[in-house]
Design a protein around this ligand. Structure first.
Ligand code: ADP
Length: 407
């Protein structure tokens, strides 16, 4: 202690120049010197701390630990920071505690060991750190909220994109329908100009000729021409019906009408009509023992399908050939087979045969629109039936229709 009294002036001059609190203790942990900053930090008057144990500056609950630490520290005698990795606290004269940072510097004068502690009150820094942590967590909270909002927006956006895509698809579809209908109209016009010309020409010729056969015995000639006229009118009527059928299918306006009718009625009617357009020596074989079969189906559609297939068979096969119409019954369906010995369908074109307007290369010499099969298949499939075929070019074709029935 004496040492410090002697050196008082030097110590004062040096220690008052630093802003940290300086506290010097001897090895008994008695305070032997403090500077003004230390007094201010701990709330003591000048000189008031001298002679007091260091413990007055240390909170009660640290006393025990501190003593042990201090001893080993003084013995090892090297500079170091206190409270590395954990907060340390001081206690003021009024008993209040505050966080501090302290650097310890052991030294000895005249064989006496001392420790000089440099102390900084870090209340403010701690407060700032706390504030920063608080701000950080507020920030994190905000980021979380924003992220959540962003997710929400993305979700909404996705929803909107989906809706928009759906609307687009719908628009596209109706555009396609419109285009198809336009195409239909264009096709119709071009067909009317080409396809109608020949039969109309034929009708005109026949009508003119009929007018010339005035004698009574020329009745068979008159009948021949009238038959031609009927056939061609029927042909034109069929084309018109096909177009109407397409338009109804396209616009979704088809309505089917189920009714119970004898199968033989439809078959006989279709065969009767087809017989009118047979070529020389052509014959249609058809079942005549089906009178008792009553079916529950759309009669018009069945008639349309069978008449289409039988007409094709007649049209696409030569004179003196046989067209076979077979009907068989299975548990849940009726199967019709229409076979001919005609030109057949080239293998490489078979896959397109049900496409609207498609006509095979070898069929182009015959009149036709390429619509019939397409419509027949569409109607049948709408009603739970099927239409398939097998064919060999130059040998013949077999078209198979299946319609469902209640077992
Ligand atoms: P169209 O007979 O008016 O051309 P379809 O839709 O009835 O139209 O037939 C489409 C095409 O299928 C025909 O152009 C023809 O090439 C082929 N086809 C249909 N039926 C037969 C058949 N029985 N024999 C050979 N080819 C056929």
């Amino acid at each position: 202690m004496k040492v410090f009294e002697k050196q008082d002036n030097v110590f004062k001059i040096l220690s008052e120049a630093v802003s940290e609190g300086i506290i010097v203790v001897n090895k008994e942990q008695i305070i032997v010197a403090t500077n003004g900053s230390a007094n201010d930090i701990f709330g003591y008057d000048q000189g008031e701390l001298i002679g007091k144990p260091l413990n007055v500056l240390i909170p009660q609950n640290y006393h025990h630990n501190h003593g042990a630490h201090f001893k080993s520290f003084v013995n090892n005698a090297e500079k170091r920071h206190m409270g590395r990795g954990r907060d340390i606290y001081g206690v003021r004269k009024d008993g209040s505690e505050f966080p501090l940072e302290a650097g310890l510097n052991p030294f000895s004068i005249y064989d006496n060991n001392y420790v000089m502690a440099l102390v900084i009150d870090i209340t403010e820094r701690k407060e700032q750190e706390r504030r920063i942590r608080e701000l950080n967590s507020e920030l994190e909270q905000k980021i979380e909220e924003r992220t959540e909002e962003l997710h929400q927006s993305i979700q909404e956006l996705k929803e909107e994109v989906k809706l928009r895509k759906e609307a687009e698809a719908k628009a596209k579809e109706s555009l396609k329908k419109e285009r198809d209908l336009n195409e239909l109209k264009t096709k119709f016009l071009s067909l009317v100009s080409h396809e109608f010309k020949t039969p109309l020409g034929g009708i005109l010729t026949s009508a003119t000729l009929v007018g010339k056969y005035t004698k009574g015995e020329q009745q068979d000639k008159r009948e021949k021409h009238l038959k031609t006229i009927k056939n061609k009118v029927k042909y034109l009527d069929n084309i018109l019906s096909d177009f109407l059928s397409i338009e109804r299918l396209e616009t979704g306006k088809v309505t089917y009408k189920f009714s119970k009718f004898p199968l033989s009625k439809v078959v006989n009617e279709v065969v009767y009509n087809a017989n009118m357009s047979l070529k020389d020596g052509q014959r249609i074989n058809y079942p005549k023992d089906i009178d008792e079969y009553i079916v529950d189906f759309d009669e018009k559609i069945l008639e349309l399908v069978l008449s289409n297939l039988i007409h094709n068979a007649v049209k696409y096969s030569g004179e003196h050939t046989i067209i076979d119409v077979e009907v068989s019954f299975e548990d849940d369906k009726i199967v019709f087979k229409i076979s001919d010995q005609g030109i057949g369908i080239p293998e490489k074109e078979q896959e397109f045969i049900f496409k609207r307007y498609f006509r095979a290369e070898n069929a182009l010499l015959n009149q036709g629109t390429g619509i019939g099969l397409n419509i027949a298949k569409n109607h049948l499939e709408n009603l739970g039936g099927t239409l398939t075929f097998t064919s060999k070019e130059g040998v013949g074709s077999t078209f198979t229709v299946e319609i469902p029935i209640q077992p």
